[in-house]
Design a protein around this ligand. Structure first.
Ligand code: NZQ
Ligand code: ZN
Length: 386
């Protein structure tokens, strides 16, 4: 096991009707900006709960943050924050609203020339406005991590940022919120969280017994609750397990002391930037090809995953590894998620070269857990996913 330091300062407030506890967590004199997305919170009652909880606070609001939070919209929000002397941000939404809020928290305190540089510089964010979240969509883990991803339509880019100042102060997780989520987004949440675990687990053996079993237990829990939450999002027991699994999949715990990959996300983000495909679906497109392409370096962990998560015990290490890639693809299909790029767009030719060129331009010459996947490898993996 590698050496590590671990600190996660986000307070989680989990359970039914916990949104009512907002007022206890926000400083009394704060000038609060509620940030939200396209309006789902207004039709499902979450907005009313937040407003009721904050009745005694000085509150303003900014809505309209789109899925894959758009830089231009966030720059309007930044003007609003500055001109209204806001000093506390409250994200009410899914990963897009929380990530957008993280960008704003950093941008509000940023001293450089243009806030886009926060994303291109890849420097950790050390100063940010205090912020918190009310999670409405289990998926990304953004509610308990310090990362964010921002999209810029103008240049068709989607870039990540992060740093110790970008943990939410607290996040409220009421599993009842999933009742209003469309099936497509529930499927996305399951696939995204599942792939987050794979990115931190399907690398090479390191004798990190506990981290492996944490990862496997999250994968098992997600496969167990998936059909239940898809069938009936008002099944509270299943919703609670789904929500907590998504948070635990990417709050930093399972990655301590072990290598992580994140190549699937790096390639997936490009597919969202180029074609607007939902984040989770881009992962389902790339993952099977990525694991097949890297069979030699990943087969021991793939075989362990086969045995412990999908009960595939027959055959050689390589046969088990290949079988579990098929099982993973079937799991995505069981969620109603297609796993080929050509099933999402007819315009896919040339994508592999384009992504590979972009990686070269950014200096991403070696990705994956060993830093060994070159832009040429990336082109081959993306092409296998057509
Ligand atoms: O915009 P509204 O009206 O709120 O509707 C949203 C949106 O259309 C809807 N929704 C959310 N909660 C709902 C609901 N509809 C009904 N009832 C509810 N309770 O769902 C749609 C999708 O929301 P979005 O926030 O975009 O989804 P998700 O949580 O999957 O976030 C995706 C974004 O997070 C980034 C992705 O790249 C993408 O930009 N990620 C962030 C990560 C992080 N910060 O750690 C890691 C991830 O790997 C990922 O990259
Ligand atoms: Zn993800």
């Amino acid at each position: 096991m590698n050496q590590f330091e671990y600190k996660n300062p986000t307070k989680i407030i989990f359970g039914q009707n916990k949104i009512a506890e907002l007022a206890k967590e926000i400083p009394a004199k704060a000038k609060v900006l509620i940030l939200y997305g396209g309006g789902s919170i207004k039709s499902n009652g979450i907005y009313d709960q937040v407003k009721a909880a904050l009745a005694d606070f000085n509150v303003m609001e900014f809505g309209g943050i789109p899925p894959n939070p758009e830089y231009a919209v966030l720059m309007d929000a930044l003007d609003f924050i500055k001109s209204n002397e806001i000093n506390f941000l409250l994200a009410v939404g899914g990963g897009s609203v929380i990530d957008g809020t993280k960008f704003l928290a950093a941008a509000a305190y940023y001293e450089g020339e243009t806030p886009w540089d926060i994303l291109t510089s890849r420097k950790p964010v050390l100063k940010a406005m205090p912020f918190a979240s009310v999670l409405t969509l289990p998926a990304t883990g953004s509610e308990m991590n310090s990362g964010a991803v921002v999209t810029r339509n103008e240049t068709k880019e989607k870039l990540a940022m992060g740093g110790p100042a970008l943990f939410p102060q607290f996040s409220i997780l009421d599993p009842q919120v999933i009742q209003s989520i469309p099936e497509r987004q529930i499927a996305n949440g399951l696939a995204d969280a599942f792939t987050h675990v794979l990115e931190q687990y399907l690398t090479y053996p390191t004798e990190a017994l506990l981290q492996d079993r944490f990862a496997e237990s999250i994968l098992q829990t997600l496969t167990e609750v998936a059909p239940k939450v898809l069938k009936d999002p008002s099944d509270y027991k299943a919703a609670a397990n789904f929500m907590w699994s998504c948070t635990m999949a990417l709050n930093g715990l399972i990655s301590q002391g072990v290598p992580s990959d994140w190549a699937v996300h790096a390639m997936g983000h490009e597919l969202t930037a180029l074609f607007g495909i939902d984040h989770a679906r881009t992962l389902a497109i790339i993952a099977p090809s990525h694991y097949k392409y890297n069979m030699d370096s990943k087969q021991e962990k793939l075989a362990q995953y086969a045995e412990r998560v999908f009960n595939i015990n027959e055959g050689s290490t390589e046969e088990k590894a290949l079988a579990v890639i098929d099982a993973t693809e079937s799991f995505f299909h069981s969620l109603g998620i297609k796993t080929r790029l050509s099933e999402y767009t007819q315009d896919y030719k040339g994508t592999s070269e384009l992504i590979s060129e972009r990686f070269t331009q950014r200096g991403w010459m070696g990705i994956g857990e060993r830093g060994s996947l070159s832009p040429d490898d990336v082109a081959k993996i993306v092409e296998m996913a057509y």
